[in-house]
Design a protein around this ligand. Sequence first.
Ligand code: AHR
Ligand code: AHR
Length: 516
Amino acid sequence: MALRNRRLRSSALLFAAAGALVAGVLTGSGTSQAATSQPCDIYASGGTPCVAAHSTTRALYGSYSGSLYQVRRSSDNATLNIGPVAAGSYANSAAQDSFCSGTSCVITIIYDQSGRGNNLTQAPAGGAAGGPDNLASATAAPTSINGHKVYGVFVAPGTGYRNNHTSGIATGDAAEGMYAIFDGTHYNGGCCFDYGNAETSSNDTGNGHMEAIYFGNIKVWGYGSGNGPWIMADLENGLFSGVNQHLNSGDPTINYRYLTAMVKGTANQWAIRGGNAASGGVSTFYSGVRPNVSGYNPMHKEGAIILGIGGDNSKGAQGTFYEGVMTSGYPSDATENSVQANIVANKYANATGGGTGGTTLTPGQSISLRATTACCTTRYLDHSGTSVGTIVVSSSSSSTDKGNSTWIVRAGLANSSCYSFESKNTAGSYLRHQNFQLYAQAGDGSSLFNQDATFCSQAGQNGQGNSFSSVNYPDHFIRHYADVGYVASNGGPNTWDSATSWADDVSWVVSSPWTP
Ligand code: AHR
Ligand code: AHR
């Protein structure tokens, strides 16, 4: 309570700095005062305060000036906390960019802004999958809010965050609400890209032991109209789109680039709501009694928090998370509508470019990539059939060698903020890694191929050109080693992960294409 009052008192000051939406007057402590209303201020004024508030993009209280998240860089394992640029404002991504410059960073902690310490960290092993899960790249989900570049949490399959020791999160049949903002174009049919309430043991302990927002197009349990993706509720041993176990046609396919997803539940009552996080309101896709399947009424919520995984640590799903909260109490539709207005006013929009620094790549452009290690400055990344390595290329080289060392830049097959590289002379064949070696192979449209063929660009680690990190293994970079192409991690377990010549071997000068 003391914490909340402090927030209310100072929040009026913050309005100008944060440029945030004023939604009204907070009267919770008996005195009326104008205040900045960020989502958790709005939930508090509705009588359903946040008990967890997570975002790598912005403060979710008008007065919050603490850390939003922590990044760890691979060069020396140092960590840095990233906060908002001012209380109540957007994340200081410039601090991250400078700290991670010349190396790669992962997100180690997503702090709880509610004051309850419900931080999200690397998920441990669970009943369905070993662990610890992977950490997300800190740079794979660039976005902007109100015109400022910030980063979301890009969850590739295998990535997951969790807190099994929470405070204040609903248990049993107690009431709660939650919302999250996702990238509605990044999902899959794996289990289960969730944010919300789950088991404290990381095991499936039975129906009704979870209550989390799910987003994706798996049809093993429930589904809605169209082909998906859908917002559903993960209630354990079932993703529910409404009262029925399988189809509830009121739950629409929804894939806005920025998607607001809401789930709330109380005694024999729950709801799914959603909409476009960049415009308009939220609609109700289900509101009514608990599912007509045994085990979900009453609920047996346990109060852990998950992000990117299922209750039992199933980790085959993918998605992108920008912000989300969990409340105590069942929020009114009116409160949620005000939260949606705040989200829309915050103006989520695409950020240009992927990582930072280096030569800007433009999809459609043809390039050649020249090695920068002293041995090899006349060598270019090439393929011969499906084999990938480097070869010496000059103006007198054969047209085959020139074509083999020319790549067409494409928007990343798995992440349009990043890039894929299509062979100039073998249309449809992309640079991809497999068992950490690079190949040029025909795309098969699978999620695995698309991820293996997507690389995020940043400034070259030796100060020349660009370095390219794998979207599904963000600490792995395109490297030449003994003239063969790999994705390598600095000092990792394979011979090609050698720390010797690391920065040079992963730095490539983006050059004019040998075959224009
Ligand atoms: O309810 C769907 C999934 O089933 C849960 O996330 C997981 O715990 C179980 O495998
Ligand atoms: O290259 C690493 C992994 O190896 C790829 O993601 C997968 O295709 C293969 O199993």
